[in-house]
Design a protein around this ligand. Structure first.
Ligand SMILES: Nc1ncnc2c1ncn2[C@@H]1O[C@H](COP(=O)(O)OP(=O)(O)OP(=O)(O)O)[C@@H](O)[C@H]1O
Ligand SMILES: [Mg+2]
Length: 328
């Protein structure tokens, strides 16, 4: 089953009404921002799907449309093969918004209990579930009794995640779940997401922290300026080709070092060994031949593939085109 599907989804924000005087004539202009421009997405059941893109790419706009907070200008979207807004489907979704602003004066436990009531969960079920969630998201022992205004950014993010998981959702939608978290916190969120997948849930999240996405996503979509740049399995997107080799050796003769240095992309002679980055397999073979012939030592040989970070920078640079426009 397709859990999420969007077809030619577009969103144009109309804002700022500007008056421009040209001689004696006055013009009125709307500034329009094309936030989404014909976005096609497909998310399958049980996937961890990363919606990736730089700031302003349209990630939150996509998520807000899917959650029914705003409406698309054109195009369609379906969740669990039903049109947006379907109540039965909504009950199966958990959602963490970007930079959530929750009720400051509610204590952690009261806050989750309130949301549990909105879901119609009976009191006994709420109690048990809330205890489990405090544990799961790694909030400290004093968190249930602390008003949210005393929560740090990382704690807010965690209780926001707890709120999103309260109803044991089939689909978990998280807008920048790792924002505001330190490296350890980011790892904990990754682990929680992986655990949700193990439970058969679908996780759809946005991020610009590519290394986090790279570690957990089954598939990703890369968006830039409201357009899909690429979508698919990471292993397919990233060029499977080996980009270069890092070779560390010691005990090579001066003559060999001089020959290899000429062809290496990077060549660093260190006290005990030499590190070289070689781009061609032929050169690696040549280096290995010399190591064997001279009875030198191979310390390490590491093939390097393209990372998601490199792919992202390359693709986003390729698709950068002006987006803002002013229309009468
Ligand atoms: N309410 C709004 N009114 C006008 N323009 C908006 C509005 N919301 C978003 N935009 C614009 O739409 C574009 C996409 O914004 P969006 O928030 O979807 O990006 P994003 O990918 O979530 O970025 P970020 O990584 O910074 O969260 C941006 O140019 C933004 O300025
Ligand atoms: Mg955003």
């Amino acid at each position: 089953m397709k859990i999420i599907e969007t077809k030619k989804l577009s969103k144009v924000y109309t804002h700022d009404f500007i008056d421009v005087e040209h001689g004696r004539i006055k013009f009125n202009f709307f500034r329009r921002t094309v936030a989404l421009d014909g976005l096609d997405l497909e998310v399958g059941e049980g996937e961890i799907f990363g919606l990736l893109g730089p700031n302003g790419a349209g990630k939150s706009t996509t998520i807000k449309i899917l959650m029914g907070i705003i409406f698309p200008t054109s195009g369609t979207a379906r969740i669990m093969e039903r049109p947006l807004g379907d109540k039965e489907v909504k009950a199966k979704i958990g959602f963490l918004p970007e930079n959530p602003a929750f009720y400051d004066y509610l204590k952690g436990e009261e806050f989750l209990d309130y949301y549990g009531q909105l879901y119609g969960m009976p009191r006994s079920v709420r109690r048990k579930r809330i205890d489990e969630l405090f544990e799961l998201v790694g909030l400290p022992d004093h968190a249930p009794n602390l008003p949210l205004k005393g929560y740090s950014k990382g704690m807010i993010q965690r209780i926001g995640l707890a709120q999103a998981l309260l109803n044991d959702p089939k689909l978990v939608v998280l807008d920048e779940p790792q924002s505001g978290l330190d490296p350890l916190g980011r790892k904990e969120i990754r682990d929680i997401i992986l655990r949700l997948k193990d439970q058969g849930k679908t996780v759809f999240f946005s991020s610009h922290i590519l290394s986090d996405a790279e570690l957990i996503c089954d598939r990703v979509a890369i968006v830039n300026r409201g357009r899909l740049v690429a979508m698919g399995e990471l292993s397919h997107l990233l060029s499977p080709k080996i980009k270069e080799y890092e070779l560390v050796a010691s005990g090579l003769s001066r003559e060999s070092l001089d020959v290899l240095e000429k062809h290496a992309r990077k060549f660093i002679e260190r006290e005990r060994d030499v590190l070289m980055i070689l781009e061609k397999e032929e050169l690696v073979k040549e280096a290995l031949r010399r190591i064997v012939a001279e009875n030198a030592s191979l310390v390490s040989l590491t093939p390097r593939r393209e990372t998601l970070e490199e792919y992202f920078i390359r693709e986003v640079a390729r698709t950068n085109a002006p987006r803002e426009e002013v229309r009468a």
